[in-house]
Ligand binder design. Structure first.
Ligand code: TIU
Length: 229
């Protein structure tokens, strides 16, 4: 079993039981004119994650590692949108309002979709989630259990919001999470650091923190082992 350099200690990566979980790499969070910007954020800070996630996605696809994408968003009738979520923060544009990429965080709108650089391929489940956590009101747990997944390699945005919430949910459901620091991003540098420290503190209270190059190397080795077996 490949051992991956990580904190607080090495992650025993089992490619046969792992999946790549890419959280909310949507235009609404990563491009100007979307939901992220409406909250007053500089979306440029998240964009450094795109290239490393792209390289990891290529490696996952080449090695057969299952890939699952999530998108945060709501029904066009907003029936699944808590009034408190809509009002929170008094944004310049609220969820469901019309922005530069269509209605903010509404399913089916251009801004709600995944950025073209990381677009899902056929066969890769896309989980539409109404909350910050990827397990809340979704079928993610069922999909992972049916595929025999026990480990999640976690990428996406934002580190302290949807990534942290999803990792905590996954941890309580018994999954081991390896969060890749170069593949997760925050609008706030201090939350990036603290969001990762919260995961790996206390002996890995929620999981591990590592880097994508180590996972890509391990996937290559796993592929090699598969070829010579
Ligand atoms: N605002 C913020 O940092 N994040 C979100 O609203 N959603 C996700 O993290 N995907």
């Amino acid at each position: 079993m490949p051992m991956i350099d990580a904190e607080p200690y090495e992650f025993a990566f089992d490619p046969a039981e792992a999946a790549l979980l890419i959280i909310d790499m949507q235009r609404d969070f990563l491009e100007p004119g979307g939901f992220g910007e409406s909250l007053g954020n500089d979306v440029g800070l998240l964009r450094r994650t795109i290239a490393p996630i792209g390289r990891l996605l290529d490696a996952a696809r080449a090695s057969g590692l299952p890939v699952i994408h999530t998108r945060e968003g709501h029904r066009p009738d907003l029936a699944d949108l808590a009034p408190a979520k809509k009002a929170r923060g008094k944004p310049s544009l609220a969820i469901g309002d019309c922005g530069a990429m269509g209605r903010l965080l509404v399913r089916g709108e251009p801004g709600h979709d995944i950025i073209p650089e990381l677009y899902p391929q056929k066969g890769e489940p896309v989980i539409d989630k109404p909350g910050k956590g990827a397990f809340y009101a979704t079928d993610l747990d069922t999909i992972l259990k049916h595929r025999g997944v026990s480990q999640l390699i976690v990428c996406g945005v934002t580190t302290e919001v949807c990534v942290n919430t999803s990792v905590r949910e996954a941890n309580d459901r018994g999954f081991d999470c390896l969060v890749l620091e170069d593949c997760v991003g925050s609008y706030f540098p201090e939350f990036q650091e603290m969001g990762l420290r919260m995961i790996k503190a206390q002996g890995g209270i929620f999981g591990w923190v590592g880097r994508s190059d180590a996972v890509i190397t391990a996937l290559g080795a796993a592929n090699f082992e598969r070829r010579i077996a």
